[in-house]
Design a protein around this ligand. Sequence first.
Ligand code: 5RP
Length: 237
Amino acid sequence: MTFLVVPLADIDQNQMKKLAGEKAVEQFVKDGMTVGLGTGSTAYYVILKIAELVKQGYKLKCVATSIASEKLAIENGIEMVDLNEVDHVDVTIDGADEVDPKMNLIKGLGGALLREKIVAAASVEEVIVVDESKLVEKIGTKVSLPVEVLQFGHVRTAFGLRRQGCEPVLRMKDGKPFVTDGGNYIYDCKFENGIDYLSFKETALDAIPGVVENGLFINLVRAVVIARKDGTVEIRE
Ligand code: 5RP
């Protein structure tokens, strides 16, 4: 399904993110739902749009995939609940770093992959919002795969990652290792020719002692909302 949104001139990446985020909320969020809030600069617009619905009177409960998204949601008047207090999430709307034609993903460049995967697994529907720059023919060809690891023994864990055919690089921030909301480190793993046998690789990476989670999201997605620079939005289901 493709929607035309008055394309007077090409729109920039930020406008595409806003378009995708808002369209996803309009299409998939209904009054009374429990909604998972993604993380990142596209999910930002999702959260603001959900806040608009709440102001209009929608009764929504939301679960966040990161401390940053939770803070943004609370600041904008959205009621938050603990994932442990709900038996399921109706729909989660989140961003992605790569999307292939089968709607498999790489996520985690924003560092929230662990909570994002837990919330996705608890969701009846996982909806992904992206601009067209995130589309790839093969997963792992544009970005490195983020893998969250325990701090304890992380250098040993990286040896195991390397044996999976990638070059792992410890993510840094302000001269120190980047620490996730869960208190872990992230290795960004570059696969020279992209990633083959995605399900197998997802399982193999998670089997390495010290690995907490990896950023491959395989067969988890119900729909991808794609904004293009000509102002159109495609919903792929
Ligand atoms: C955070 C994520 C984000 O969803 C992903 O990085 C996309 O972010 P953005 O919308 O800012 O490009 O996985 O862990």
